[in-house]
Design a protein around this ligand. Structure first.
Ligand code: TRP
Length: 335
């Protein structure tokens, strides 16, 4: 992997503030990658509308929240281009061309889409835009000629479909202008929610947000699921599948001490309260500076919007150039 030539495109739907799952799974990685690669981050508001068409205000307000989260964790707009999807209409145009290169049946077979349709309870009323969002995501990725796409495991089938579209396009129009992207999976496994059952998600209500107050973090950790069979302090406890330890694995930098704690817990004689207190301390020391930076930035939303405006203008230039190549390859008349 030649880091200097890598182009990264990744992003989030602005449907709520980002949480620890995002932080561990992608944000930390983006902060590290931004100095080696050309990184673009898409705030995919148009994609968010595919299952939030009735809630445009929710999507709109969360653009600012998500951007504040990005900046607070250390994504640096001087090296990373952060942009708003809907403000680059060329992306919608490219989506339209790609739609001719995929079948409805293939979209219905996409495991990510299938899963999300079930989760959202669409039944037989699936918005066509939702079914087609992998095509729009393929447009997002290829419009920047991105070769690396950092995503969570659940998004792998979407990248796979992008690769198919790329191959189909290059074959159909007898060119090699589109680049096949590769997924880049985070080394940290996905974080469970505070309920210990499902993956962390704001809509499920099992998330700790990056902007949660110290009191809120304490409260959420206190009510976290642990090991239901660990009734008495003297009982041996289970570490595997215990979200408190999953979080400690992700955030506690003192691995030696953590190993001791795990041993003690498994032997018995270590209460959940003590383990949870350690987690609160670890989380607050990591989140404290992030929250402070976020509060500072939030005082001047116009400055944040300015960052988005400049990022979007820069991103649009790249897209416009690549779109010219695409149109030529498709033999569109240029008058
Ligand atoms: N679908 C992604 C998610 O739900 C967000 C996203 C939109 C994205 N466009 C993208 C991710 C392009 C990677 C590349 O998390």
């Amino acid at each position: 992997m030649n880091l200097h030539r890598d182009i990264i495109l990744t992003g989030d739907r602005p449907t709520g503030p980002l949480h620890l799952g995002h932080y561990v799974g992608s944000l930390r990685q983006r902060v590290a990658l931004q100095h080696h690669c050309r990184q673009f981050i898409i705030i995919s508001d148009a994609q968010a509308l595919t299952d939030n068409a009735q809630n445009p205000d929710k999507v709109r307000t969360n653009i600012l929240e998500v951007t504040l989260d990005y900046l607070a964790v250390g994504i640096d707009p001087r090296v990373t281009t952060i942009f708003i999807q809907s403000m680059i209409p060329e992306l919608a145009e490219l989506t339209m061309y790609y739609l001719n290169l995929v079948t409805v049946a293939r979209l219905q077979r996409n495991p990510t889409v299938k899963n999300e349709i079930k989760q959202r309870g669409f039944g037989s009323s699936i918005p066509a835009g939702f079914l087609c969002y992998p095509v729009s995501q393929a447009a997002d990725i290829t419009a920047f000629k991105a070769n690396l796409v950092p995503v969570g495991e659940d998004q792998l089938p979407v990248i796979e479909q992008t690769v198919e579209i790329v191959c189909n396009f290059n074959r159909t129009y007898n060119c090699s202008i589109l680049i096949e992207p590769k997924p880049l999976l985070s080394k940290t496994p996905r974080l469970p929610g505070t309920d210990g059952i499902r993956k962390m998600s704001k809509s499920v209500g099992n998330a700790i947000s990056l902007c949660d107050s110290a009191d809120m973090v304490r409260k959420k950790v206190k009510t976290m699921y642990t090991d239901p069979n660990h009734v008495l302090v003297s009982d041996p406890g289970t570490v595997k599948g215990n979200p408190v330890f999953a979080y400690l694995d992700a955030f506690d930098s003192d691995k030696q001490e953590l190993d001791k704690l795990k041993d003690h817990y498994q032997r018995g004689g270590l209460g959940d309260t003590i383990v949870k207190q350690r987690l609160v301390d670890v989380l607050l020391s990591e989140l404290g500076p992030i929250r402070a930076r976020r509060e500072e930035l939030a005082k001047d939303p116009s400055q944040v919007m300015c960052i988005l405006k400049e990022g979007t203008a820069a991103a649009r230039e790249v897209v416009a150039q690549n779109l010219t190549e695409v149109r030529k390859a498709m033999r569109f008349t240029i008058l």
